[in-house]
Design a protein around this ligand. Sequence first.
Ligand code: ATP
Ligand code: MG
Length: 265
Amino acid sequence: MGRVLFITSFKGGVGKTTLAANIAAVLARMGNRVLAVDGDMGMYCMDMALGLENAALYDIADVLAGVCTVEQATVRCDTVKGLSFIASPCKKPEVIPARERFLELFRTLRGAYDYVVIDSSAEETPYYLSFAACADDAVVVCMHQSISVRAAEKTGLRLQERGFRSVRLAVNCYRAELARAGALPTVAQMIDGSAIRLIGVVPRDDNAVTDQERGVTAFGSGRRTASPYEAAVYNIACRIAGENIPLLHNVTKPKRIRRYTRVKF
Ligand SMILES: Nc1ncnc2c1ncn2[C@@H]1O[C@H](COP(=O)(O)OP(=O)(O)OP(=O)(O)O)[C@@H](O)[C@H]1O
Ligand SMILES: [Mg+2]
């Protein structure tokens, strides 16, 4: 049975969609069958991060409302083998489907994929709660600042109260030079300062922005050397797959992409 990952945060704009799209792509490049689901109802934005803008005829709301089948709403990603996608509607539907519809749909998806990666909204809407109810593991994304880590910790604890047994923290836009200078918390300080276990530390990296602009996901840019962002997402994907590797392994000095041996090109 596949696992359903819920990528979330308390605050907006912290990098959920970017991370969800790239984690999904790397898990697929590792040989898994992966479905990325845009769970940010009405925001319609993961399609761009996956290079699948306007590729979908139907969306997740259509599936939940019974307007189309899951297969009709599923778009295959041509550039990443094993990766599929279900879009969010461009307008949040007024009628919220019953929770049982979500649970039923994700039961089916678990049977068809190794991983289903849900990109959530920051706002705790009824949709957010229904998607959360379908997931096995949560990754709470925060920025590299104590205030953001604390907000993420609160989100993580709320998710634990809702029954999540596995909640992990991903620190995005990490700036090593400012941590070294004592201006921002170090990784050790963030580990000490949060009740939620870290799953990854992702550097601030312009490659993440420019790749996304072209609809390119991790390890798809054609660069010979990985970007720090790609190296960090690779580490997170390895940890999701059960491997135990150091948090910043190869992140500050990324290697040639052929050294990321679990990724297939
Ligand atoms: N590690 C990073 N380094 C540099 N830029 C990043 C990084 N991660 C994300 N970004 C950029 O930050 C912006 C916000 O990212 P994203 O849309 O993924 O956030 P979000 O949490 O999904 O936002 P929202 O709450 O609005 O859905 C995007 O322009 C993205 O390219
Ligand atoms: Mg988003």
